[in-house]
Structures are given as C-alpha cells and as structure tokens.
Write a protein that binds this ligand. Structure first.
Ligand code: FAD
Length: 275
C-alpha cells in the first residue's frame, strides 16, 4: 500500500477555513495517512496553524502541524510542542524554516532542523512521528549535493522517521537522490512531494522562491498555454500523473501532495494512478 498525504496552508479568513474543511472532506475519499498544515516564516502563522490543525483533526485525527524553529526561542518551540502533545497530536513536520528578510540566522537558538528534531525527542521521547524535509534538487543554501544528503541523514540520525521532499518535475532527481542516500547507509523512507500544476504564474513565482526547477521543456509548453486555464489544468494533470507513475515505479513509498488547499487536481491525479 502506498502512503498518501495532503498538505494545506492555514487560511487567513473564516471563509477560507470553512472552505478548507470541505476540501479536506473531499480528500478523505483517498484514505490518506495524514494531512499537514504549514507554518509561516519566523512563526508568523503560529496561532493560525495551531487553530487550523485543531479543526482539521476533528475530521482526521492524524493531522500534523509543520513547525519551523528559525526565529523562535527554544521556550516558544517547547511551548508549542508540549501543547501539541497534550492535545493528542501524534505527528509533526519538523523544519528549520526561512526567515523574513533582514533577520540573521545567527540569532536563532535552534538553528537547523536536526537541532529541532533532537529537541522534540528530548522533550517528548517517542510520542511523535517526525517528518523532515528532503531536497532531491538540493536545498538552495546547501554547500554541495553530498553535504545536503549528509544533512538529511543527520536529521534521521537525530530521531526523524521519514522525509517529505520539496516538489520537482524531474523523476531522475529523486532516483539519484535516493541512490546517494542509500549509499550513506540511511534507509529512511522519503516521500516525493507532488505539486499539481494549477496556475503558471504562481508556479513560476513559487518555484523561484523555494529553488524548485521547472525543466525547460515544461516551462516552454506552459508559457505557450498559460492564458488558457483549462489547457494548463489538462496538461498539468497529464505531466504530474506521469511523474507520479514513474516515481512509484522507481519504488517511492507513497506521495505527499502540495494541495494549495484545493482538492480537485490531487484527486484526479490519484484517480489516474488508480490509487
Ligand atoms: P534544514 O534541514 O535545517 O537545512 C537547511 C539548510 O542548511 C540546508 O541547505 C542544509 O544543507 C544546511 N545545513 C543543515 N545543517 C547545517 C550545518 N550544521 N551547517 C551548515 N549547513 C547546514 N517552510 C516554512 O516556513 N513553513 C513550512 O510549513 C514549510 N513546510 C515545508 C514542507 C516541506 C515538505 C518542505 C520540503 C519544505 C517546507 N518548508 C516550509 C520550506 C523549508 O522551511 C525551507 O526549505 C528551509 O529553507 C529549510 O528548512 P529545512 O527544514 O529543510 O532546513
């Protein structure tokens, strides 16, 4: 059985929150292992994430908050972690996060995601399943590919259970990453992050920020059809379905969908895959 999970971001309005619960309802049809809800840079959605996770958990108990350590004090992090433990949350996506520009990384007490994993384990033992980020196309700030792989392994050695990748459109990047990771002796499962293609301008902007590569052939085709919403959706669905097929054939243990708070695209891709 392949593990399926869906990621949301916390909406800013009541209307958005209500809509998101409907989206979650629709996605329940795919019997996901878990849902997750992101955490804004530097803790900017701290309360929003916590409240949304509470609501999402009423419909699916395994809903994981993302938690990023950068820009927060050790005590602020521990307060969140204890609160999640006490309310019955069993999974956390543990991240370093990014800082709002102008803030220096040196100011942070808990600097990297492996430090965060260690802190959560020290405080709560085995209570949580911990997911951490992986970057088949390399994290933009990594010194080298090997360094980034070694760092992922450090997060697993610190006590994380599995990886969720940044999204990518080149299946070979995942294969190469997994081969390199296995050679280090790390056998943790790494779930590819899947970004359905919904809107070309947003995808390009977002990919620039997070360092995800859009291959030239894909970018060129998307440029040609970018003003035709239906054509983008149809082409995007085909491309991402094929990507998922290849990843699963390569042995990916499941898929993690960046839903952008929408159900339809992820559902259609999963239907196409027979999942
Ligand atoms: P880390 O694993 O700590 O790595 C950060 C960088 O530091 C890497 O380049 C690594 O190679 C390097 N590094 C690590 N340790 C050392 C060391 N000791 N010395 C030198 N370099 C080191 N961001 C959010 O703000 N909110 C979210 O909810 C969120 N969710 C995400 C979910 C997923 C599945 C993914 C893949 C990313 C998500 N992000 C989120 C983005 C993420 O926060 C950024 O990519 C961030 O820049 C790195 O976080 P990390 O946990 O990967 O950091």
């Amino acid at each position: 059985m392949k593990r399926i999970s869906f990621e949301f971001f916390p909406p800013k309005t009541d209307e958005g929150r209500t809509k998101l619960l409907t989206t979650q309802q629709k996605l329940l049809a795919k019997k996901p292992a878990f849902f997750s809800c992101t955490f804004g840079a530097g803790g900017s959605t701290r309360d929003n994430t916590r409240e949304m996770v509470g609501k999402l958990r009423e419909q699916h108990a395994d809903t994981a908050p993302h938690l990023s350590c950068i820009g927060q004090s050790r005590e602020e992090i521990l307060e969140l972690v204890r609160g999640y433990r006490d309310s019955g949350v069993r999974r956390i996506v543990a991240l370093r996060g990014d800082l709002p520009s102008g803030m220096g990384y040196a100011q942070s007490e808990v600097k990297y995601a492996d430090d965060l994993v260690r802190l959560i384990r020290e405080e709560t033992g085995d209570h949580f399943t911990l997911e951490v980020a992986a970057y088949p196309e390399m994290h933009p700030q990594a010194r080298s590919f090997e360094d980034d792989i070694a760092h992922f392994k450090r997060k697993i050695d610190a006590g994380a259970n599995s990886g969720l990748t940044q999204y990518f459109y080149n299946a070979d990047a995942y294969g190469y990453y997994m081969d390199a990771l296995r050679r280090t002796g790390c056998d943790a499962p790494v779930y590819p992050g899947i970004m359905p293609i919904l809107n070309v301008a947003n995808l390009i902007r977002f990919s620039g920020v997070c360092g995800a590569d859009i291959p030239r052939w894909l970018r060129s085709k998307l440029d040609d059809i970018k003003d035709d919403e239906q054509a983008v959706k149809a082409f995007g669905e085909e491309v991402v379905t094929r990507l998922c097929e290849r990843l699963l054939a390569m042995g990916a243990p499941g898929l993690h969908f960046y839903t952008m708070n929408q159900a339809q695209a992820s559902l259609r891709i999963l239907d196409n895959l027979g999942l």
